[in-house]
Design a protein around this ligand. Sequence first.
Ligand code: MN
Length: 195
Amino acid sequence: MKDFRYQISPLPYDYSALEPIISKEILELHHDKHHQAYVDGANKALELLEKSREGLEINYKAVMRDLSFNLNGHLLHELYWQNMQPKQESNKPSEKVIKILNDNFGSYEAFKKEFTEAGKSVEGAGWVALMKDTSGKLIITQIQNHNLLGINGFIPILVNDVWEHSYYLDYKNDRATYLTNWWDIVNWNDIEKRI
Ligand code: MN
C-alpha cells in the first residue's frame, strides 16, 4: 500500500519574518508545536484505521472525530502560512483581486470589514475563512475549532487563525487588534493564485 502519511511543510519565511505583527516566539510554537501536533494526530488516526483493517478494535467514533479535527487543522495551517508574508507598506490586493472582491462583497473595504468582524466573533477557538465554490462565488465563513460549521463544496482561499495560540503572547486577549494588524502581512499574490 502507498504511504499517505501527512507531513508539515517548512515555513515559507524565517520565524521572525512576520514581526512586529506576529513574533518569532509565536511562530516557533505555532508551527513547530501546535501545527506539528495536528499532523501527528491525523497520522495517528490514519494508523489506527489501518490497524483496524487488520483486526484491531478501535472506537470508530473517536478516531473519526480525531481525524476530522487534526487533518482539517493541518490543512488550514498549511494554507495560513502561505497566506502571509513579511509586512508590506500599504499592503493591498491587485486590481484584478479587488474587482473580484467588489463583485462579491460590493467593495474591498466591505470585504475587509466582514472578514475582520467574522474573525472577532468566532466563539472560542476557530478560524475565519474566505471560501470559493466551483462557480466562483465567494463567501466568508467561521470555522469552530478546525472542522465545525464548514460548508461542503467551498474551498478556503484566505484563512486567519483566531485560536488564542496564534496571538495571545503578542496581543493577550485583544483578538481585534491582531485581526486589524494582520492585514499588513496578508500575501495577496498567494490569494490571487487561488481566487
Ligand atoms: Mn493554530
